[in-house]
Design a binder for this molecule. Structure first.
Ligand code: NAP
Length: 283
């Protein structure tokens, strides 16, 4: 079997088109134009590149963007002050604080200070709590939301299937498990203390690999025909690879390319969340 591609780039394009149309309709009705404020602390080249890409994606669909750059010596108090200012700025729909931030910054305090409505990443405990409880109104974090959208829009059934998520971080693994559970998958969440990982992964109709360990998922660990989502971004020999070992593409039924799978979906969901933040604020 040679896996069919779960094409993150193509599905992301659909989402950008939908948001662009929504913005056009909103403006035509006399509504406000959404605006994304990005905050970059320090001058890490990869982070700077991600922020520029996100701003370009926003502009591409008619969302304004505003760029805030702070030096790498910024203190938590200084970042908190900017966060509070952006919370109060009525022209700002959504706030993105690019992570990782320098070590001296207490990101827990910063995230707690964000206005939950403007929390485009869905990291604020109010949003995480609403998502965990399966209640409406919470902002779904971009990578997990992107994974679920990619599966659904590719015609992969989620209800009733066995979904196994490898990785339990608050950023990726845990919320991905919750979103799959909300769609009625039977979910198993694996981590470094999981005994006999392969026995779990082999039962997966949907397997989400988010461990950040190159080669962790060997072909013998994959159920034939499974939909496999390779989230991780491991850098090996200057090249981005995920968690999948050689030959998984010959066993899986569906597979995300890496790069070109989850990454584009994450950025598209950020743009969708920005639009929805404006709708939540002003209707
Ligand atoms: P993380 O915070 O390092 O979490 C990794 C998780 O994987 C942990 O829960 C860890 O278990 C588990 N794990 C590690 N080794 C394992 C093993 N051998 N067996 C079973 N479980 C194992 O990383 P993260 O933030 O969740 O990100 C995961 C990966 O996704 C990274 O490569 C990251 O770069 C990538 N990522 C990609 C995107 C995208 O848009 N494509 C977005 C976000 C993240 P313990 O909890 O027991 O330590």
């Amino acid at each position: 079997m040679t896996a069919q591609i779960l094409d993150g780039k193509a599905v992301a394009r659909q989402i950008y088109d939908e948001v662009a149309n929504s913005v056009i309709e909103r403006i035509a009705r006399g509504g406000t134009r959404p605006k994304l404020a990005t905050v970059l602390v320090g001058d890490h080249p990869a982070s700077a590149k991600y922020v520029e890409l996100k701003q370009r994606n926003a502009r591409h669909v008619g969302i304004e963007s505003e760029d805030h750059r702070l030096p790498s010596t910024t203190t938590t108090e200084e970042l908190l002050a900017l966060t509070r200012r952006l919370n109060q700025d009525d022209s700002v729909s959504a706030i993105l604080i690019q992570q990782p931030t320098p070590k001296q910054i207490d990101m827990h305090r910063v995230v707690f200070t964000l206005d939950p409505v403007k929390d485009v990443d869905g990291f604020h405990p109010v949003n995480a709590g609403l998502v965990a409880l399966g209640l409406p109104g919470g902002v779904e974090p971009c990578t997990p939301a992107g994974i679920v959208q990619l599966l659904e829009r590719s015609g992969i059934g989620i209800e009733g299937v066995n979904a196994v998520v490898v990785g339990r971080s608050n950023l990726v693994g845990k919320p991905t498990a919750l979103l799959l559970l909300k769609r009625n998958a039977t979910v198993t969440l694996c981590h470094t203390r999981t005994r006999d990982l392969a026995s779990h992964t082999r039962s997966a109709d949907i397997l989400v690999a988010a461990a950040g360990r190159a080669g962790l998922i060997e072909k013998e660990m994959v159920k034939p025909g499974a939909a496999v989502v390779d989230v991780s971004t491991n850098w090996v020999g200057g090249r981005q690879i995920g968690d999948l070992g050689p030959g998984v593409d010959a066993v899986a039924g569906w597979l995300t390319p890496n790069p070109g799978g989850v990454g584009p979906m994450t950025r598209a969901m950020l743009i969708k969340n920005t639009y929805q933040a404006e709708v939540r604020r002003r209707g």
